[in-house]
Design a protein around this ligand. Sequence first.
Ligand SMILES: [Fe+2]
Ligand SMILES: [Fe+2]
Length: 155
Amino acid sequence: MAQQLFDLLKRDHRQVEKWMTQIEDGPENQREELFTTLQDALEKHMQMEEKHFYPQVKKIKELKDLATDAIEEHEQAKNFLSQLEDMDLDDEEWLTTFSEMRQGILHHVQDEEKKVFPGCTQHMDAKILQEIGEKCIQEKERTTTSRSSGAKGKK
Ligand SMILES: [Fe+2]
Ligand SMILES: [Fe+2]
């Protein structure tokens, strides 16, 4: 079912939004750890979308422009992430830069959920969406396991 794919991506979105809020509003001493977690999750999420989802979306004439925009927004987020990684967390510019990235990501997530996903439901073959969903679930399982390899049990 196509819903499986969208549910998976939306779960990632909600988690990312939560971490971004915690980084901005939470205690400063948690910022570094949360940022590392966020960075890892965002990179995996974008990679998953770029590998399995957007190449298929791009094939659909009605959705091609949305896909191009989305990939460009991913690039912007990646640039922000490496910029923030290189900056000193104590630097007051850090939070300003982070807020800028956060606004961009919130906008991107809205576009995906309000435009791209409904567009896929309307214009894409349900079978293809299901296949993408299965690939994403597999990738998710693989990357989640590799992250916790060595540590026993799941949280
Ligand atoms: Fe996404
Ligand atoms: Fe995305």
